[in-house]
Design a protein around this ligand. Sequence first.
Ligand code: HAM
Length: 433
Amino acid sequence: MTAGNKRFQAVKGTRDLLPLETAVWAAVENVARRVFGLYGFGEIRTPIFEETELFARGVGESSDIVSKEMYSFVDRGGRNLTLRPENTASVVRAYVQHGMHALPQPVKLFYIGPQFRAENVQKGRYRQFHQIGAEWIGAGGTRADVEVIEMLWRFFVELGFADLTVRINTVGDRASRSRFRKELVSYLRPKILELSEDSQRRLLTNPLRILDSKDSRDHAALLGAPDLSDCMSEESVLFFNDVCGQLQNRGIHFVISPKLVRGLDYYTNTVFEIVSEGLGSQNAICGGGAYEGLVEELGGQPTYGVGFAIGEDRLIEVLPEATRAAMTPRGPVLLRALGSSIEVLAATAALAEELRAVGIPALDLGEETPQRTFAHADHRSSPAILILGEDELKTHCVTVRTTADRKQVTVDRSELVAMLSPPFGGAAGKREP
Ligand code: HAM
């Protein structure tokens, strides 16, 4: 291939979303905006890149994300920057930067946008992926955790999901965690050679992550290991029991998963994930938890925080079929001029505008062949083709070919809008489940 004719491809782990898909994405995002708005969350948009140190301090040097997955670079001014691998650290940075602690608490923020991690690409795992997330910051307590999980649950229910489970655990407060960490390390150190290569590394950097390893060698080494719950402070136990009790009262289906620790260092006490059957081993479509030390770590006062992020790519892959169908916009009505007379072409263009003015999407093909008109109709799932020629102009009529039954009828112009209105084809793409 010569230099001039190289065909470019989207970079590995990234992808284009084409119009039929983006319509579904936008509809899902609108459900998020509406549901999160019901709970008083406002949208925040933070920059795509931040100082590398923000993530190193916020997400934690020992996390997989910071230690091996960040897209970091030095800019022309010599600054160390990173494409955001997650959004919580940025939201907390913004909370501190804008003095939001002075606002009535809690501050409730949500975000929708791309994140970047240099991961092995596989089903449901990308290098540029998208999250829909929310953070409750300030005035914390069990109520905060429960409301955040309840909001998330409502979001999934509104999307038509039925086979979901919240997996929940507590990693304890910071003191309980470091007690447990010491005990786990002294238990595993003599068995280090029995562990998987990843876990041998984790034993030195982030031993708690060994608990949720998927490797059978690690499972075997962990038999008889100390339990997180044995190192838990009484406050942490009471807090967790209270959260679980409230979830039960609100009818949210959860299972306690003692091995769930999550991969980011900032969590304290409650951590949770939502899993769905459809996704195989990558089945977490959402993860979250509370973080008591993060605001302080990033320069603010000690402040409670709890939140979650949904992997939007994965969410859309497992969206119930009926929801997807309802969110997929119907195609536009097609208009085809018979012949090339200026009057007919002008009347066709004017009719297209009339339809758009009443909310019916219309695509004016001008003087197009029947074959190519049918190809457009197939490709765009158009409900009907409208044909205008000299005869139709004279009689103030339109010939309508409905694509579902391929029948052709001539209707008076005055009846056209009613005929094309929902459920036939009007106001296409405005539906939400
Ligand atoms: P996380 O578990 O790292 O948490 O990511 C949340 C979700 O993002 C995952 O459950 C998954 O669905 C999706 N995700 C992560 N990596 C990828 C990838 N490479 N490709 C596709 N989807 C992916 C966080 O990011 C925390 N900030 C969540 C949080 C908010 N905790 C408290 N507040």
